[in-house]
Each structure stands twice: as structure tokens, then as C-alpha cells.
Design a protein around this ligand. Sequence first.
Ligand code: GDP
Length: 304
Amino acid sequence: MFNSLSDRLTATFKNLRGKGRLTEADVDATVREIRRALLDADVAVPVVREFTAKVRERALGAEVNAALNPGQQIVKIVNEELVVILGGQTRRIRLAKNPPTVIMLAGLQGAGKTTLAGKLSKWLKGQGHSPLLVAADLQRPNAVKQLQVNGERAGVPVFAPHPGVSSEFESATGDPVAVARAGVAEARAKLHDVVIVDTAGRLGVDAELMQQAADIRAAISPDEVLFVIDAMIGQDAVTTARAFDEGVNFTGVVLTKLDGDARGGAALSVASVTGKPVMFASTGEGLEDFELFHPDRMAGRILD
Ligand code: GDP
């Protein structure tokens, strides 16, 4: 991820090395290169426009800083603006005053929600919490089973509808809203302090899916709604994120498949267009491949 963007930006900044003063033309040429690099990395057009306008304005107005040469100054500005579009500060899960803290997962099918549910539960367990997983994805054959497998691996119990009944049967008869509600009640009764509710995703955004997710949200009043998005989806990230934001008003973003060779555009666009922070990054298929997302570290990696 970001290798190509990183190389392009580094090459651009190299051209500024040794320059004692930057003319407006130098700044414009640099900003043009940054714009091309971001567009080629699949960053959404409005995000690129806003980003480059800010960098240009700050670079032209930059106060003289004796410690930095003009090239370094632009790198510093780009770094700071990258941190801003990645969501600013690291944002941690808001724990409920009265447990359980309810976390709902939403996103397209294949985004990595069920995998993430296992990772997040394991991570929370490692921090001393006692999570419960709830299988409210009754759409995809096997989703319940997959969550049960992940729960077992993570050492976290799973609340599932009709245990022992085939997933085909569940998808035909199960009511995901009722399952989500019952799962949260179970967490409360069994004194779990965090409950993670996995919900259904479909291949594309559709009204029925969104209504179901909105109904689940209304039924369980989550403290966090995490929108899980595959970093590989490129330019589609923005439309998908907007649709989910409208549908379920998510509180944070989880980027998955950051280990892949995605060009990074989704990562840079989603937080910016929705104004919601990226909270976690998923970096592989294993339960350990998961980390808190730090905007400053990610920006540093891009400018490495
Ligand atoms: P869901 O439909 O949203 O629940 O998606 P799944 O959790 O079933 O994930 C879809 C596929 O992506 C599975 O094959 C996962 O193993 C894989 N996957 C999930 N997260 C990651 C990740 O961060 N990196 C990679 N490489 N694969 C992932």
C-alpha cells in the first residue's frame, strides 16, 4: 500500500532539494505533481482538490522558518495536511458509561466484517474486556458459522440464532433485528462489558440492506457503528461510504486489506468525505493482523 504514492511524492520533493527560495512557479509545479500522484493513487477528486489547495495556500504563505529549507517546509505542510485528511488524532473506542458498550459493524459483503469481528474481539479481550460476539448477518450463507469459528479462535463466545440449524434455514427465517436485540440482552445478562454485532453486507449498496442496518441500529442504540471498508475498492470508496453514512450514520471507519497492493486512495478519501475518523486498520487474514489506526504514523509512512 502507498508504495507508488510514496515514491512519487519523494521524487517530487527531491526536486526542491537545495533550493534557497521557492517561487510561486516552484510551488505550483510541486502542487501539480502532488495532485497527479494523489489522483493516480485513486484518491477522490474533491479530496485531492481541497488538499492541494490547502497545501498551495500554506506553502505560499509559509512563514520563514530558519530551521527548515523551503523543500522541507513543503514536506512538513503535506505531512500535516495528510494527518488532517486521515482524521487528525487517533480515535479510540468510546466505552459506554453503563456497560455493555455496543459496537455494530456495517459494510459491503466481503469487506472483512466477520474477520474484523474476530480481530476486534480478540484485541478487546487482550485489553481486559469480556466481549460477546453477535451473529446478526443472516444474509450470507455461512456467515454465522464463520463468526463462530472466529470467536472460537479468539476465545470469545458467540451469540447466534437457532444454534445447530443450517445457515440456509436461518437466512430464510431469521430476523436479524431480533437477533441483534437478543444478543445485546444476552451480553447484559451475562455481564459482558462489550458486545460486537456483525451485520449483513451485500455486494452493492441497496435500499433493503440499508434499511435492515438502520433498523438494527435503532433497535440496539450502539455506542459505536464501525463502517468496514476494503481499501482495495478505490474510487468506489466515496460513494459507498456516503451511502452507509446516510443509512447508518456510522461513528468510525475500519480500513481492511491494507496488506494488499491497493493504491491507498480509499484510505485517504473516506475519512475526509465523511468527516468520520479511521479507527482501526486490518492488515491480513489472521486474527493478529489488526491495529489501532494512527493518522500521524500513516502520514509518516506515506512520506517515508
Ligand atoms: P464480510 O463479508 O464483510 O464479513 O467479509 P469477511 O470477513 O468474510 O472477509 C472477506 C474475505 O477477505 C475473507 O476471505 C477474509 O479472509 C479476507 N480478509 C478480511 N480482512 C482482510 C485483510 O485485512 N487482509 C486480507 N488480505 N484479507 C482479508
